[in-house]
Design a protein around this ligand. Sequence first.
Ligand SMILES: NC(=O)c1ccc[n+]([C@@H]2O[C@H](COP(=O)([O-])OP(=O)(O)OC[C@H]3O[C@@H](n4cnc5c(N)ncnc54)[C@H](O)[C@@H]3O)[C@@H](O)[C@H]2O)c1
Length: 431
Amino acid sequence: MPKPLTGIIIGAGHRSLFYADYAMKSPDKFKIVAVVEPQEHRRNAALKKHGLTENAGYTSVEQLCAKGKIADVAINGTMDQLHVSTSLPLIETGYDILLEKPFAVNENEMWRLVEVARKYKRKIFICHVLRYSPFYNLIRRKIIEGRLGTILNIQTNEHVSYHHESTAFIRGKWNRKDVCGSGHLMSKCCHDLDLIMWMLSGNAPVAVSSFGSKMFFREENAPEGSGTRCLLDCKIESQCPYSAQKLYLDNKLWEIYTWEDIEHLGETSEDFRKEHLKTTSRYGRCVWRCDNNIVDHQSVMIRFSDGATATHNLVAGTARPLRTIHILGTNAELYGVFDDSKFEIRIPQPSAPDNFEKEEYDLNITGDFHGMDGGHGGGDMRLVADFVEFIQGGQPSIACTTVEDSIFGHLVGFKAEDAMKNDMVIPIHMQ
Ligand SMILES: NC(=O)c1ccc[n+]([C@@H]2O[C@H](COP(=O)([O-])OP(=O)(O)OC[C@H]3O[C@@H](n4cnc5c(N)ncnc54)[C@H](O)[C@@H]3O)[C@@H](O)[C@H]2O)c1
């Protein structure tokens, strides 16, 4: 039996720890042997979880790399703006990497990472987890089988719910491009852009346009009676859907983010958390009076080398979280709702009741494709399993998403940001 692949956690935050759980589920295949994390409480917790001593803990990638190569791979789950600077030393030291998305925050640093990975011939695997969800994976297989014919157009939508939006993107750590590095499109929809590129594999994007703005979550739209903090000076807190009391204390939503800055204190009382939201927590702020500088809606239009087109709409602050995909081909069309785990293929047929035949796929019940549970519609753990297999020389799966496979999606995202800012159509030239 081959030895398990050995891995190092880089940034012991939510994502890395989640992926590293694969080592707990399949210890014969994967083993964590070190942790790089500047925050002591997180480093120690991750070491303990994986049965490691303090000696296996490092405060920086540089400190780790000074030891030479001590494992097979690294799982890099640092925040967006650190992906490239933390990955370069790892690549130079000899590590293959499972790297979170977006793998870079601008075009220059994207090409820098690609260039260094090519130079050292390292395998960099990007966490495009949705490719691995049974829903999108089966859609891709229908395209490979030729069910839709030649694709003329793809339309995707992502609606970010009011509670997710207010927590992560208005009050939270993805709320400023100058701090986190990513705008809203790249931090949230680089998955959708990647899915469009994947569905149209073999076809290159050649031009992008985009419109969007921060329209609603701005101070001049603050309702009368609202204050600076929900629990401090707001007269309409009890009717406001963004109330910190309702979201974080009553309904306990998004706890991994909301209590991040007090997690080092361990268990805290509800009174303590309430006071925290009232006084210092970024999550206690009024959503119309935050320091967010990202869009709350953006539309992207893409033209491909064979003439196909695609659009993606990001709309934030909606009642229901939703991802939809509509693919229109010369033989048939496919329409699916990710959050329902259902899609259908519609085939022209004059003798059918609606003048088309319908094939329905319900991934909640279909035998072979069950397992939508877990992060990202079942994508998270499947991705790690595929990464481990890929590194050990196995046949890459159809979802395998190396840094090379991820260039188009990222490039389109960066160009879309420029197109939106400058009201332009931007051509795409590959390097
Ligand atoms: N694939 C997905 O669908 C998906 C979903 C959510 C988030 N993400 C991405 O995952 C990444 C991580 O998000 P998260 O919520 O887990 O973040 P996090 O803040 O919980 O974790 C990041 C960790 O990195 C540590 N860190 C900071 N500087 C470091 C350094 N120089 N070297 C090593 N570690 C360092 C931080 O202390 C922190 O513990 C982000 O880029 C985010 O956009 C991806």
